[in-house]
Design a protein around this ligand. Structure first.
Ligand SMILES: [Fe+2]
Length: 274
């Protein structure tokens, strides 16, 4: 059997690695798929450069990990036969989306395992993406805080999309728009615990008074915004990122609103958080 050697150079002490030794414009061998999977569990976010992918090649990377998700609202390349590829665009007349910390689609019952995002139109500067390591953020809490959070559940709601959805999209969104997930989830593959509430989709902690819920959530959002849990990626055209959505959050840095930017995402369906 051929083995695949990937070279991973860490971006920061806690999160992310720039990976060389893989060319996704070629068919993905089982060995490469296994090596990428292994690297993802170790580094949580993988960065690749110079991957000039067709839509099929982009989707093939996602399919190494599981079934692909179709987003109920975000625009996609469905007219070209690729409803699994969502298009995230910004520019002078289109504000940045996703500029707050979040885990993708956490409002669905089976939120994504991960996503594969590729740079299509990249500004000369600005529009970097940041990721935060939710395992490290959990580990940094005191034992007492970990115990307090361990039995809690939170509601997640995709209602933020209703404002930009048409009638049909609203109907689709409504099918799987709210979900209750543990505040601390255990990664199904590594067994590590991580924080699983986010400031975009989480609405409240179940069974708490509004002020109590707000205090705990706002503490956690401030906590995960600490830079020691982060890495930050400077995009280039044809850069490609794979991240584990079960143990990270991410956000775009909306620092240059004039420059056109387009990235495209394939999202992999995950399992129910526990
Ligand atoms: Fe996102």
């Amino acid at each position: 059997m051929n083995t695949v050697e990937l070279h991973a150079e860490k971006l920061t002490a806690t999160l992310g690695a720039e990976v060389t030794g893989a060319d996704f414009t070629q068919p993905i061998s089982p060995e490469l798929s296994k090596a990428v999977h292994h690297a993802l569990l170790e580094h949580r976010v993988l960065f690749f450069r110079d991957q000039d992918l067709t839509p099929e090649q982009h989707k093939a990377i996602g399919r190494c990990f599981g079934e692909l998700h179709i987003h109920p609202v975000i625009p996609s390349r469905k007219e070209e036969g690729h409803p699994e590829i969502v298009v995230l665009e910004s520019g002078p007349k289109l504000p940045f989306v996703a500029d707050r910390w979040h885990s993708d689609v956490s409002f669905e019952r089976r939120p994504p395992l991960g996503s594969v995002l590729r740079g299509v139109v990249i500004p000369d500067q600005g529009g970097d993406t940041m990721w935060a390591n939710m395992t490290a953020a959990y580990d940094a809490l005191s034992d007492s805080m970990q115990r307090l959070l361990s039995d809690l559940e939170a509601e997640n709601d995709g209602g933020v999309f209703t404002a930009v959805a048409d009638a049909n999209q609203r109907k689709e969104l409504a099918k799987d728009q709210t979900a209750t997930h543990p505040v601390i989830r255990t990664h199904p593959e590594t067994g590590r615990k991580g924080i699983y509430v986010n400031s975009t989709f989480t609405t409240k902690i179940v069974g708490m008074k509004p002020d109590e819920s707000k205090a705990i959530l706002s503490f956690l959002y401030t906590h995960i915004a600490s830079p020691e849990f982060h890495c930050r990626f400077r995009w280039r055209k044809n850069s490609m990122v794979i991240w584990d959505n079960r143990c990270t959050q991410h956000r775009v840095v909306s620092d240059d609103i004039r420059a056109p930017r387009r990235v495209e995402r394939v999202t992999i369906i995950g399992d129910e958080p526990h």
